[in-house]
Design a protein around this ligand. Structure first.
Ligand SMILES: *Cc1c(COP(=O)(O)O)cnc(C)c1O
Length: 483
């Protein structure tokens, strides 16, 4: 077989695998993916990434192109998000890496400038899980501040009360992922500054959208580096920048603060190392793709996209409020909706299964810490035309009616009771196997078609036990050893 034919066959196999995935374009997958709906943007990003696929951002002296691209992108983010002549930034692989680096930088800054040896991380219960990952990886103690159970807002007073001499960083979100709520950034950042503590704004999902919505003339509560006391901010380009995956920016008040998070090492026999991020070899493809997409869409383009998304989010929130059995949790301040049920006969996860059979993916968010079971909708530009909004509302109405007929997914109360008594630290392989079987997860980690029963079981377990089970599921999917 010639190489051309072989390549076609290889690419054909990749396409066949992709056919089993959720679609990344068209707006019907309302989590994980972001579609601008603009012609040619994805193709441009792919071509830009391909041209930089071999480039290694590890050594900026060998590949000076990466410096130019990164400086351009960071300057653009700083201009949009309240930066000034002192603002510094870093391009990272995504929101999680930006959040990790914000925490690492703060830990080092607190140690070096204030002698903090047992650092704490103050954050609302609605902050992204990435901050708990950071705390775990970098040895900080999370101090979790509960939010108001009706508004999902954290009180600035409660945040202030959680700050101690050991606080390395205070985190607020603009907005939170789960409910789309903007925390009281000004109040919290002001208090942090008064106490000499750094304050990070997690604008991973909302920064690009809110910054351009403000330029569109909409009122947006202050959330960015222009707010006194805000010392760093993360904003993902692979979300509302609509660029290829692997693109986020972490902005700092100034270069001195940024430098606390860098790693340099010259005491080994290899090349001298200096890293601003967690990666060593650093793919330049996502950087080039992001630069190209930012150039292509441009400020005016993003303003128009944000305005579209805003209109669609408002229309969806109103429409969903009119569907008997559903309610929108929290007043949407950004482009995210959390949709719960106000009828015990309507199980949101059954609604998700029903609407998925019609090609819509709404993301289940299990009940936790006062937040009821709900469905998460990330509204992107591709869903924003009136016709698509109407189609979604119709599909949702139909799915709710069918979910009401089917009834909620039930968990055996005896099982839930038994599970609550298990010590997550002590459960053995047999109990885990049993729990996964009860949840309907196969020995190979395969998930059933309908997820509501699985989610009902998971939701009935203490979160610590779920945290014990999830890696087991993944471990079964990623089998080791030769076939
Ligand atoms: C998406 C998100 C993150 C994490 O970003 P990834 O790109 O998924 O790693 C962090 N914070 C918030 C608010 C987010 O929405």
């Amino acid at each position: 077989m010639g190489t051309e034919a072989a390549d076609r066959r290889i690419l054909g196999r990749l396409s066949a695998l992709r056919a089993g995935d959720l679609p990344v374009r068209g707006g019907r997958t309302m989590a994980y993916v972001y579609d601008s709906g603009l012609d040619g943007v994805e193709e441009l990003a792919s071509e830009a990434a391909a041209r930089f696929a071999g480039v290694n951002g590890l050594d900026m002296t060998a590949f000076p192109s990466v410096v130019t691209l990164e400086n351009d992108i960071v300057a653009r983010a700083a201009r949009l998000l309240g930066g000034d002549g002192h603002t510094a930034g870093t391009f990272t692989s995504g929101g999680t890496e930006s959040c990790l680096l914000a925490v690492l930088t703060a830990r080092e800054q607190a140690r070096r400038t204030r002698g903090v040896t047992a650092p704490e991380l103050v954050l609302p219960s609605t902050a992204h899980a990435a901050f708990h990952k950071a705390a775990k990886l970098f040895g900080l103690t999370p101090v979790v501040v509960p939010v108001d159970p009706d508004t999902y807002q954290v009180s600035a007073g409660a945040m202030a009360a959680a700050i101690t001499e050991d606080t390395a960083l205070v985190v607020v979100s603009a907005p939170s992922y789960a409910h789309g709520v903007i925390d009281p950034v000004s109040e919290v950042a002001g208090e942090a500054a008064r106490r000499g503590v750094l304050c990070h704004v997690d604008a991973c999902i909302g920064g690009w959208y809110l910054g351009h919505l403000r330029l569109a003339g909409r009122e947006v509560r202050p959330f960015d580096l222009a707010v006194p006391g805000v010392t760093s901010l993360s904003v993902d380009l692979h979300k509302y920048g609509y660029t290829a995956k692997g693109a986020s920016v972490l902005l700092f008040r100034d270069a001195e603060l940024r430098r606390h998070g860098w790693f340099a090492y010259a005491s080994w026999p290899g090349y001298p190392v200096v890293n601003a991020t967690l990666q060593g070899t650093k793919p330049a493809g996502p950087l080039a793709a992001a630069w190209a997409v930012l150039e292509r869409i441009g400020t005016d383009g993003y303003i128009a996209l944000s305005a579209r998304v805003h209109r669609a989010t408002t229309a969806l929130a109103e429409g969903i409020g009119r569907i008997d059995g559903l309610r929108v949790l929290a007043r949407p301040e950004a482009s995210l909706l959390a949709v719960a049920s106000d009828d015990p006969g309507v199980d949101p996860f059954v609604v998700a299964d029903e609407i998925r059979s019609e090609g819509w993916y709404l993301q289940p968010q299990p009940a936790v810490a006062g937040s009821p079971a709900n469905l998460h909708l990330t509204v992107t530009a591709a869903v924003a035309d009136e016709e698509t909004v109407r189609l979604l509302l119709d599909a949702l109405g139909g799915a709710v009616a069918r979910a009401r007929e089917l009834g909620p997914a039930r968990v055996d109360p005896a099982l839930a009771e038994a599970a609550a008594l298990l010590d997550p630290e002590l459960v053995g392989p047999e109990e885990i196997a049993l729990a996964l079987e009860l949840a309907g997860i196969g020995a190979d980690g395969a998930l059933p078609e309908r997820m509501a029963p699985v989610l009902a079981v998971l939701q009935s377990l203490p979160p610590r036990l779920t945290e014990r089970l999830l890696p087991e599921v993944i471990g079964r999917l990623y089998r080791t050893g030769a076939p």
